[in-house]
Design a protein around this ligand. Structure first.
Ligand code: GLU
Length: 283
């Protein structure tokens, strides 16, 4: 079987050591398997992306010794594909328009619930039948989605493999999807798509067989898996790897420029130094 991996950063900040670890891990897997390493620019959130960050992604990854086929897929060039997938879900009757702001969502619940996808939507607009408009987001009706797939028992049979710690199969948990993920956003009001929808559409369109990404995204893979089932898309193998932490044991964030690859470059580090910093020196 062909082995196709992708590294899919969002140009919303400089790549840091955590990205280096992800990209190098995916690259090494691909090289070992004689496969293809793809770079994908996840720039659909035009409110946050900046051209200099995109350029820095190319520069930093080339500097680390990685290469990929061109042209690379940029999500902002691929909006039609996401619109089609959204229409498919709309035509199945599994979506609804939502006019709530984040503030309204928080205010609607005495104790806001947070899950792997952030604030869980309390369902305010679920039965309002709002028209789709510029100021509405489109949400997945998770209960209907589960029903569409044959109910909770059927959904609990859906699984994905994580090869980071052996080839472990993880089954979905319909109850968890309902209560901890809820009616996730498929298309943001200002964007027309959202991360979960775009990522499953792209992974399938690019025939990605292996997804290497941080452990912090492990929980949202349940969401990706149910979207794959709804859209009849294949499920790649996943590798949710350990996170690179800062000195306080916290996950690195893009705003934490002190760990940016380019900062280390400016200070004279070599690609081998970066490999050592992320624990890949022995390979
Ligand atoms: N664009 C996402 C990020 O930068 C990638 C997530 C993924 O690999 O699925 O976090």
């Amino acid at each position: 079987m062909a082995h196709i991996e992708r590294f899919a950063p969002s140009p919303t900040g400089y790549l840091h050591l955590g990205h280096a670890f992800s990209a190098l891990t995916a690259w090494e897997q691909t090289q070992a398997a004689g496969g293809t390493f793809l770079l994908r620019i996840e720039d659909n959130d035009h409110t946050r992306v900046r051209p200099e960050y995109e350029q820095a992604i190319f520069d930093d990854l080339h500097w680390l010794g990685l290469s990929w086929p061109t042209p690379v897929l940029r999500q902002s060039d691929n909006m039609v594909a996401y619109e089609h997938a959204l229409s498919d879900l709309e035509n199945l009757g599994l979506t609804y328009a939502c006019g709530c702001t984040r503030r309204k969502i928080k205010e609607a619940q005495p104790r806001p619930v947070y899950g792997p996808d952030g604030l869980v939507y309390p369902g305010t607009c679920r039965d309002k039948r709002l028209n789709k408009a510029e100021n509405t987001a489109i949400r997945l009706n998770m209960a209907k989605a589960i029903e569409h797939l044959g109910g909770k028992n059927q959904v609990n049979q859906l699984k994905f493999s994580d090869i980071d710690k052996g080839n472990v199969e993880h089954f979905l948990n319909a109850e968890h999807l309902l209560t901890s993920c809820g009616d996730i956003v498929l298309a943001r009001r200002d964007i027309g798509t959202a991360y979960h929808l775009a990522v499953v559409v792209d992974d399938a369109a690019q025939n990605v067989t292996h997804v290497t990404r941080g452990q912090d995204l492990f929980e949202v893979t349940q969401i990706h898996r149910i979207l794959q089932a709804l859209l009849d898309l294949p499920t790649p193998m996943y590798r949710h790897h350990r996170l690179i932490l800062d000195n306080n044991g916290k996950r690195l964030a893009k705003r934490d420029d002190s760990r940016a690859i380019r900062k280390y470059r400016e200070e004279g580090a070599t690609p081998q130094d970066i490999r050592e910093m992320v624990g890949l020196s022995d390979r």
